[in-house]
Design a protein around this ligand. Structure first.
Ligand SMILES: Nc1nc2c(ncn2[C@@H]2O[C@H](COP(=O)(O)OP(=O)(O)OP(=O)(O)O)[C@@H](O)[C@H]2O)c(=O)[nH]1
Length: 344
């Protein structure tokens, strides 16, 4: 059976290689998919029930995350640009997660809104001076989201290059600062992106960079349709090891796997030891697309995954006489559109 982070399987699924019916079970919830009528200016009364996410994480990842908690919302929206990310605020847990309360949300979201689970400290505490409330949307962002096709993507690279942070930035729009906690083994998150009006689910596997987990992660290579290979622009060894990673990839991955090289932590200008040109040169040598990213600022993170989704979708739908999708051109065209400040 397909391993599901928590999302229903509704259609063709390249990630599992099979076609599956809707299981109806997502993130441990059994969602009720009753569409609420669209209202330009919806106000939702939400009952907040605390503690479920901790149970979920315990179940999903086998660990209890103590000391912090964030809002979790189950909802449906057309794209990640919909107006739900009202701001970000991570706080320490202080026992409030045993409380229950009624909060009111106001939104002009155009898509039906489903509430499965909302966690927060206190609404009054989080009301900013101008009266708007702040919420962090995490984990359930794509709950209930329909998709047409799915692919497996893997994040690879040395320990501490920022794989988990890049994934969290892409999935939740947040940065995991603070103490570094190395990934143990392998973990994954799903995210649905839109490519030419098609919903493409990316099942993204976050691997442990530490050598001792290598044999575990090798087993997952062959199922991946795309690999994001990361180095840290402030770490020469992580850059030097890219060649070894590519050798492993050629040994264990599918022959036609899509590979993209990412130089992460581009925000750390003062500590940088690897020039952007060096990354470009290496990528060119191996014929793979390249960009510098920052999980901290978000620069190019979305673009990297979007480009992968584009490439995979086009490959899947490719007709024999059709010209191939040019991922390099796509990246360059999008980079230029983001303007001066997002270029690296
Ligand atoms: N400044 C900055 N720090 C980052 C960035 N990405 C990650 N970090 C930090 O780098 C450290 C390692 O990040 P992780 O994402 O946990 O690294 P990883 O590659 O998943 O590590 P493993 O799980 O051991 O393979 C953390 O302390 C992050 O906060 C970034 O883009 N900029």
């Amino acid at each position: 059976m397909e391993q599901v982070e928590g999302h229903s399987v509704r259609s063709r699924d390249r990630a599992s290689g099979s076609s599956s019916a809707d299981t109806g079970v997502e993130d441990g919830h059994t969602p009720t998919l009753t569409a609420l009528p669209y209202n330009e200016d919806l106000t939702h009364n939400v009952t907040v029930v605390w503690g479920k996410t901790s149970l979920l994480i315990q179940h999903d990842q086998g660990k209890f995350i103590w000391g912090s908690f964030t809002t979790t919302m189950g909802f449906n929206r057309e794209s990640k640009d919909e107006p739900w990310t009202l701001g970000g605020d991570k706080r320490s847990g202080n026992g409030l997660d045993r409380e229950a309360a009624n909060y009111t949300f106001k939104t002009n979201n155009k898509t039906p809104f489903y509430v499965n689970d909302i966690k927060k400290t206190s609404l009054t505490e989080n009301q900013s001076k101008n009266g708007t409330s702040k919420y962090v949307l995490e984990r359930c962002a794509s709950i209930n989201e329909y998709y047409d096709i799915a692919f497996k993507v893997m994040l690879l690279g040395d320990s501490a290059v920022g794989k988990t942070c890049v994934l969290v930035r892409f999935k939740d729009g947040a940065f995991l600062g603070g103490n570094f906690i190395a990934t143990v083994g392998i973990d994954f998150r799903n995210k649905v992106v839109t490519v030419d009006n098609l919903k493409v689910k990316l099942q993204i596997w976050d691997t442990a960079g530490q050598e001792r987990f290598r044999s575990v992660t090798h087993a997952y290579y062959r199922d991946a349709q795309a690999l994001l290979l990361l180095y840290d622009v402030t770490s020469k060894s992580s850059f030097d090891n890219i060649r070894a990673w590519l050798t492993e990839i050629h040994e264990y991955a599918q022959k036609d796997v899509v590979i993209m090289l990412l130089g992460n932590k581009s925000d750390m200008a003062a500590e940088r030891v690897i020039k952007k040109e060096e990354g470009e040169k290496l990528a060119k040598e191996y014929g793979v697309p390249f960009m510098e990213t920052s999980a901290k600022t978000g620069v190019n993170v979305e673009l990297a995954f979007q480009a992968i989704a584009q490439e995979l979708k086009h490959r899947d739908a490719q007709q024999p006489n059709e010209p191939k999708f040019q991922i390099h051109d796509y990246i360059e065209s999008k980079k230029h559109k983001t303007g001066c400040c997002h270029l690296v």
